[in-house]
Design a protein around this ligand. Structure first.
Ligand SMILES: Cc1cc2nc3c(=O)[nH]c(=O)nc-3n(C[C@H](O)[C@H](O)[C@H](O)COP(=O)(O)OP(=O)(O)OC[C@H]3O[C@@H](n4cnc5c(N)ncnc54)[C@H](O)[C@@H]3O)c2cc1C
Ligand code: FES
Length: 223
């Protein structure tokens, strides 16, 4: 885990989202599904972001501007230097035989890097509008559905599902595919186990999602 002020090299609009590129420096990209804490200059707290892409010499994050922290990150310009800490948490297990990537909304964010690591397996991506669905071009080999169709309506059983998306989508995927690996979200202040801001109850115990997750086995959550 490394903390650096990383120079922004670009910020592109991808439909409703921003793809923020920064110089990699000494920061390792980590395992797909791990995350980084990103802090825009002048902002009081960092925000957790999954690594989206790891081109040579760069790290790229796909960001949905839903509040002040994410809007500040999306407004960064080349030459700005956000603080980056990571990689953090547990990523996806990559020892799967028949991978199927499943993403909902900004849950598409970790899938391009995951797809590269697994040799571009099939993916199913769901979005709320055609504008949000423009992010699907970042994931090779993807089938795209737009609401009112949901990813679970086109998911056939018997595959090794690796998913990221909103909680109701993850719960529905877990029911269909109990061996799925699911990347969960919780508000995070530190990202490395110190604040308990991300505590969730799993299997009757309080666990810190930034340490135990964000990727968890569906069985662990259902138990
Ligand atoms: C491990 C992890 C990886 C993530 N990866 C990405 C990513 O790649 N791209 C991306 O755009 N976002 C990602 N997120 C979500 C992102 O961190 C939050 O949207 C962001 O922190 C919101 O900050 P804000 O200041 O913009 O909005 P805030 O004002 O903090 O929040 C806006 C609204 O969203 C709710 N909220 C905030 N954070 C979360 C959260 N984590 N889970 C559920 N609800 C929340 C708040 O309660 C509030 O209603 C990730 C979150 C986690 C935990
Ligand atoms: S975010 Fe601080 S303990 Fe998880």
């Amino acid at each position: 885990m490394q903390r650096e002020l990383a120079e922004v090299t670009g910020a592109e609009q991808v439909g409703a989202y921003t793809l923020l590129r920064v110089q990699r420096g000494k920061i390792e990209p980590g395992i797909p599904g791990q995350f980084f804490m990103l802090e825009a200059p002048g902002r009081p707290l960092p925000r957790p972001m999954s690594l989206c892409l790891a081109p040579p010499g760069e790290l790229a994050f796909l960001i949905d501007p839903i509040g002040p922290g994410t809007r500040a990150l999306c407004a960064l310009q080349p030459g700005d230097r956000p603080a980056i800490l990571g990689p953090l948490g547990n990523g996806y297990r990559l020892d799967v035989e028949r991978p199927l990537l499943v993403g909902g909304g900004i849950g598409v964010a970790p899938l391009p890097y995951l797809s590269d690591a697994l040799g571009h397996p099939p993916a199913i991506l769901g979005f709320r509008s055609d504008c949000h669905a423009e992010a699907a071009h970042l994931v090779p080999n993807a089938k795209v559905v737009v609401e009112p169709t949901y990813v679970t309506e086109v998911l056939s059983p018997g595959q090794d599902v690796l998913a990221c998306g909103p909680e109701p989508m993850l719960a529905a995927v877990a029911k269909l595919e109990p061996t799925a690996q699911l990347a969960w979200e919780a508000p995070m202040a530190c990202g490395y186990g110190a604040c308990y801001g991300c505590a969730v109850e799993i299997d009757g115990e309080i666990k810190r999602l930034c340490v135990e997750g964000p990727v968890l086995a569906a069985e662990a959550v259902a138990a």
